[in-house]
Design a protein around this ligand. Structure first.
Ligand code: ACO
Length: 342
C-alpha cells in the first residue's frame, strides 16, 4: 500500500462538510450451523458442487422464534458496547432488510424498543443485498448536514424464511445474520470519503421474491406456488454482479481521487467466491486483499457486508488512515461502493 501524505488526506477531508466516521461495529450470527452435508439430505446436491460453485461450506440459520429485529438488536448492542456509546445517545436507526419482522412497523422501530434507543428516529431501507451501503450513505448525509449526531446503521436478514428449501438452485446459497455500525463525526478521521450507488429496476426479475406483496398477495394458491420465496436467474445475476461491482469500485475510487493500490482492504458482498475472484481479476488485485467469510455464513443479504466489516475491524488491526473499500450488489438490481478512511 502506498503511504498517503497529510496533504493528500486533508484534501479528502475537505470534500465533506462534517465527515461521518465509523465509531463502532457489531454482528450477530445465529447458533445453528447448517452444513453442506445437511443440505445433501434435503435436496439433490453435493458438498463438492456447493463448495466448487460458490465457496460456501456452511451457513447459520436462525431459530423459529428468532426474528430479524432480534438479530439486529443483538448486533446493535454489540456495536454500542464496541463504541462505548449508550442507546439513549443514538439519534437515528436505519435498518436495511428484505425480511422485516412485519410489513409495518419497520424493523428499525422494533430494534429501537429492544435496545432502549428512546430518542431515535427509525426507518427501514429496502435495497436487498446492497441495503447496508445505501443505509450508510443516508446516514452519512444526515451527519454531514449536521442534522443527526449518532446513527445506528443495521443490515439484517432472516433469508431462511423466504428460501424455497426444495429449490437446489437457491437454497444452498443463503444464511441468516445481522451486522451493525455506529456512525458519527470523529475529529481526525476522514470517515466515509465517497460513495457510488446505482440501480436498474428493468432487471428486477432476475432476482426477486414475486409473492407476498401487493402484486401477488398471500393466498393459499400463491403459497402453494412458492411465490413468496427467492426466485433467481443465477447466471444473469452472476454476470451483472461482477460488472456492477467492478464498475462501482472504479467509480468510487475516481470520486475519492484514489487508486486501487491505496486500498488496505476490500470488503465485498459475500454472495459467491467465484464472483469475488472475477472482481479481483478485473481490478488487478490479489484475492487476499478481500475480507471473506462466505465459506462460514453464505450470503446473508443486507447483513453480509456489515458482518464482514465487523469481522475485519476485529481481526485486521486497521490503523488510522487505512482506506477500506466496501462494495455490494443485490436484487433491484442495486449496487454501491464506499470508501471509508479508518
Ligand atoms: N447442486 C447440484 N446441482 C445444481 C445445484 C445444486 N445446489 N444448483 C444448480 N445445479 C445444477 C443446475 O440445475 C444445472 O444443471 P443442468 O445443467 O442439468 O440444468 C447445473 O447445476 C449448472 O447450473 P448453472 O446455473 O449453470 O450453474 P452455475 O455454474 O452458473 O452456478 C450459481 C450456479 C452458483 C447460482 C451461479 O450462477 C452463481 O453464482 N450466480 C450468482 C448468483 C448469486 O450469487 N446469487 C446470490 C444472490 S445474489 C446476491 O446476493 C446479490
Amino acid at each position: 500500500m502506498q503511504q498517503r501524505t497529510n496533504h493528500q488526506l486533508s484534501e479528502y477531508s475537505l470534500k465533506t462538510d462534517r465527515c461521518a466516521s465509523i465509531l463502532g461495529t457489531g454482528s450477530y450470527l445465529p447458533e445453528y450451523i447448517m452444513t453442506n452435508a445437511k443440505l445433501e439430505s434435503m435436496v439433490d446436491t453435493t458438498d463438492e458442487w456447493i463448495r466448487t460453485r460458490t465457496g460456501i461450506r456452511e451457513r447459520r440459520i436462525a431459530a423459529a422464534h428468532e426474528t430479524t429485529s432480534d438479530m439486529a438488536a443483538a448486533a446493535a448492542a454489540a456495536a454500542l458496547k464496541n463504541a462505548s456509546i449508550s442507546a439513549e445517545e443514538v439519534s437515528m436507526i436505519i435498518c436495511a432488510t428484505v425480511t422485516p419482522d412485519m410489513f409495518f412497523p419497520s424493523t428499525a422501530c422494533f430494534v429501537q424498543s429492544k435496545i432502549g434507543a428512546l430518542h431515535a428516529v427509525c426507518f427501514d431501507v429496502s435495497a436487498a443485498c446492497s441495503g447496508f451501503l445505501y443505509a450508510m450513505e443516508i446516514a452519512r448525509q444526515f451527519i454531514a448536514s449536521g442534522q443527526q449526531k449518532i446513527i445506528l446503521v443495521l443490515g439484517a436478514d432472516k433469508l431462511s424464511t423466504i428460501v424455497n428449501w426444495k429449490d437446489r438452485n437457491t437454497c444452498v446459497l443463503f444464511g441468516d445474520g445481522a451486522g451493525a455500525a455506529l456512525l458519527g463525526h470523529r475529529e481526525g478521521s476522514g470517515g466515509i470519503l465517497a460513495t457510488s450507488m446505482g440501480s436498474n429496476g428493468s432487471l428486477a426479475n432476475i432476482l426477486y421474491t414475486p409473492g407476498g406483496g401487493s402484486a401477488a398477495p398471500t393466498t393459499s394458491e400463491n403459497v402453494d406456488q412458492k411465490l413468496a420465496t427467492i426466485h433467481m436467474n443465477g447466471r444473469e445475476t452472476y454476470k451483472h454482479a461482477v460488472k456492477a461491482m467492478v464498475d462501482s469500485s472504479e467509480k468510487v475510487l475516481a470520486q475519492a481521487g484514489l487508486t486501487i493500490n491505496d486500498i488496505t482492504c476490500i470488503i465485498p458482498h459475500q454472495a459467491n467466491l467465484r464472483i469475488i475472484e472475477a472482481i479481483a481479476d478485473r481490478l488487478h488485485v490479489p484475492l487476499n486483499l478481500f475480507h471473506l467469510n462466505l465459506d462460514r455464513y453464505g450470503n446473508t443479504s443486507a447483513a453480509a457486508v456489515a458482518i464482514a466489516l465487523h469481522e475485519a475491524a476485529q481481526t485486521k488491526n486497521f490503523r488510522p488512515g487505512d482506506l477500506i473499500l466496501l462494495v455490494v450488489f443485490g436484487g433491484g438490481l442495486t449496487w454501491a461502493a464506499s470508501i471509508v478512511q479508518w
